[in-house]
Write a protein that binds this ligand. Structure first.
Ligand SMILES: [Mg+2]
Length: 187
């Protein structure tokens, strides 16, 4: 089995890092940040236009948010060795499937390496459905839905539970942490 795994929202704690950075650099907006319920910035960063949010996240702070020292999700770190041993034992491949912007690809790879998230294969693409994987673990409602419809391998989407994907949790098999794969999904 080829197991596709997303980065942001599955391995990296991007959203809390964005919230923390806004509070630090723009304290005037601190109490206006809402609970993220989508990947649309305007929905939970109502004080900024989409362009302003994109500038803050992907231009002014890309190194901090996507670089070597960005923050791993604690449970993902705890679970990685369990997942890796299970994959080796059962002959599964772990395949990174991450939609990073051009200037964030190399630094994301540095983040993965630093935290020991070592994959059998690395794919940086927005067209996740085009990667030949049997399942895709992702947090993005949009990515899960498109993968479900178009996956070249007729792969199955698996939702990583987050506050912004409650609708996806009703539609797809949903996990709380990576080690659930070794028990609930394929156990
Ligand atoms: Mg993601």
């Amino acid at each position: 089995m080829r197991i596709g795994i997303d980065c942001d929202g599955v391995l990296r704690d991007l959203i809390p890092d964005i919230v923390g950075l806004i509070k630090e650099k723009h304290p005037e907006h601190a109490d206006k940040i809402l609970t993220p319920e989508s990947w649309d910035w305007e929905d939970w960063l109502p004080f900024w236009t989409e362009d302003e949010a994109e500038t803050f996240i992907f231009e002014e702070n890309s190194e901090k948010l996507f670089g070597r020292d960005s923050t791993p999700i604690k449970e993902a770190l705890e679970d990685w060795d369990i997942l890796k041993s299970w994959a080796i034992k059962n002959g599964h491949e772990l395949v990174l499937v991450s939609a990073q912007r051009e200037h964030c690809k190399d630094i994301t790879r540095e983040f993965l390496d630093k935290n020991g998230f070592i994959f059998d294969e690395y794919n940086f693409t927005k067209e996740k459905w085009s990667i030949d994987v049997d399942v895709l673990i992702d947090d993005s409602p949009e990515k899960l839905e498109i993968f479900d419809k178009r996956s070249v391998a007729y792969g199955r989407p698996i939702c990583m539970r987050q506050t912004w994907n409650t609708e996806s949790q009703k539609k797809y098999m949903t996990i709380d942490r990576l080690s659930d794969l070794t028990t609930r999904v394929f156990g």
